[in-house]
Design a protein around this ligand. Structure first.
Ligand SMILES: Cc1cc2nc3c(=O)[nH]c(=O)nc-3n(C[C@H](O)[C@H](O)[C@H](O)COP(=O)(O)OP(=O)(O)OC[C@H]3O[C@@H](n4cnc5c(N)ncnc54)[C@H](O)[C@@H]3O)c2cc1C
Length: 454
């Protein structure tokens, strides 16, 4: 079998790429995991082309990894050795727009930010922003990882907006899942199954999304607290009182220290909460006022920046501040999520682990949804320290699972979290393997991601 020649018979020959530079670029994603070299990249532009390539890979049992922007953080977009990378980033058209229904149908390669630029003309938007990757992440990639971000507190994650999907399964067969009805109670929810499946069940060829109207206004506020415990308690209370908040973000004292080092903000190095509300003037006032009252009752004070700058400005620089804090160090990241009431416990645990290991840990996250990023700094070239960092990372994630939480609330499992996937899903992993076999009997779709097909 001559893989390249045969692939060139399935799509325009110039869209089968095997030059070293392109293969190297496709061998990684944005995780810090090792590269894996594929044999070829196929650039697909139509559903028919995808179908031909998948059928071929199914027939000859060639591993196939779908790739869009490659911004995944847990290795889900890293291909298999000598496999095929199916690049769908060129499928970037809006197929149909129904502004009156607040719905849009797009090809999978449409970039999040570009979609919102177009939607804005009709005062609509697709809310689950993937943060710092909004300018590259594609809608297909976001569905496949069920991406979400700071505004998920109010709006939910990507899967909450998907009405209809067209997919090609691992045998090359076409399926249309769902329809344009918003309210439905009709059979198994296969859309939710595909959302977050990281390209292991099929290739998404179109996505129909439910949209939201751009809110009338937004207002932000920030508070500082004496302790992480009080800040976490305030989050719990704000959510318990049903405040209509779009974002509730937490930064621990180490993060504030990193921000001071980055930009000389002169901030008191104590934990902080950042909140944002969306809606009419009345909604904004009442929610921000109530949140302020709760924060103050729990020992919080309104945070102000010198010169009257918006305190949310510092939230924007968090990742960079941590990255630049210790040159030569690498970030070990996680994205565990747990019930809000258990936040104080995990934050305290991060501090204990930092003291015990001597490693710097920065905890922050979308705490309104119980999501915590605890970024650990360690030197990769120091084997002992690197291993210590990985052990600490594992302990934090296991603690979240022990608190009835999840290994990943945002970035997915990929290769990075695969070794501990069983801890969260021991009872259902066999069921997942059976589902995978139904969609992909020859196990060609992104094999080895999430779990191994035993
Ligand atoms: C700076 C930065 C900030 C980030 N912030 C966030 C954040 O706030 N929230 C968040 O959720 N994520 C975040 N991410 C992670 C990443 O951007 C998301 O996971 C994003 O959804 C990936 O989209 P992509 O187009 O890059 O997909 P890729 O990385 O190309 O692929 C991701 C996965 O989806 C599969 N896939 C892609 N397209 C398809 C398709 N058409 N059919 C089937 N499978 C497909 C791939 O096989 C792979 O398993 C961040 C990443 C970076 C680099």
């Amino acid at each position: 079998m001559n893989l390249l020649a045969e692939l060139r018979g399935l799509v325009a020959p110039e869209n089968v790429i095997d030059n070293a530079t392109a293969l190297e670029a496709a061998s990684i994603d944005e995780s810090s995991l090792s590269p894996v070299m594929p044999a070829a990249i196929v650039r697909a532009f139509t559903s028919d082309e995808i179908q031909r390539v998948v059928r071929y890979c199914h027939q000859y049992k060639v591993p196939l990894t779908v790739r869009a922007a490659g911004s995944a953080l847990e290795g889900s977009a890293i291909p298999c050795a000598n496999g095929v990378v199916l690049d769908v980033s060129g499928m970037d058209k809006m197929i149909q727009f129904w502004p009156e229904d607040l719905q849009v149908k797009v090809e999978p390669g449409v970039v999040y930010e570009k979609l919102n630029e177009v939607l804005k003309r009709e005062s609509l938007f697709f809310p689950p922003s993937p943060g710092g990757s909004s300018d590259v992440a594609t809608i297909g990639g976001m569905v496949s990882t069920n991406a979400s971000g700071i505004y998920s507190v109010k709006y939910g994650g990507t899967k909450d907006f998907v009405l209809e999907l067209e997919i090609i399964d691992g045998t090359g067969k076409y399926h249309r899942l769902g329809n344009r009805a918003i309210k439905r109670s009709s059979g198994y929810n296969l859309i939710d199954l595909i959302s977050g499946s990281e390209g292991t069940l099929g290739v998404i060829t179109s996505v129909t999304l439910q949209l939201r109207g751009i809110p009338e206004g937004s207002r932000k506020a920030a508070f500082k607290f004496r302790s992480e415990y009080e800040a976490a308690q305030a989050v719990s209370e704000m959510m318990r009182y049903g405040l209509d908040l779009a974002a509730v973000e937490f930064l621990d004292r180490n993060v504030i220290e990193a921000l001071n080092l980055l930009n000389n903000y002169g901030l008191e190095e104590v934990p902080c909460l950042f909140i944002e509300a969306h809606g009419s003037e009345q909604v904004l006032s009442s929610n921000i006022e109530s949140a302020t009252q709760i924060a103050q009752e729990l020992g919080g004070e309104v945070l102000t920046l010198q010169g009257g700058q918006n305190p949310w400005e510092i939230r924007h620089y968090v990742t960079n501040a941590i990255k630049l804090r210790r040159p030569g160090y690498t970030i070990i990241r996680n994205d565990a999520a747990l019930p809000i009431s258990r936040l104080p416990e995990i934050i305290k645990y991060c501090r204990e682990l930092a003291d015990e290991s001597g490693l710097l840990i920065h905890a922050f996250g979308h705490v309104g949804m119980g999501l915590i990023h605890a970024l650990i700094l360690a030197r990769r070239d120091d084997t002992t320290e690197w291993q210590k960092g990985l052990d600490v990372n594992r302990k934090i994630i296991l603690k979240a699972v022990e608190c009835n939480g999840t290994i990943s609330g945002e970035h997915g499992i990929g290769l990075g979290h695969k070794a501990i996937f069983n801890i969260e899903h021991a009872e259902s992993i066999d069921l997942m393997r059976q589902v995978k076999r139904v969609f992909d009997p020859n196990g060609i779709m992104n094999p080895g991601k999430i779990f191994d097909q035993a």
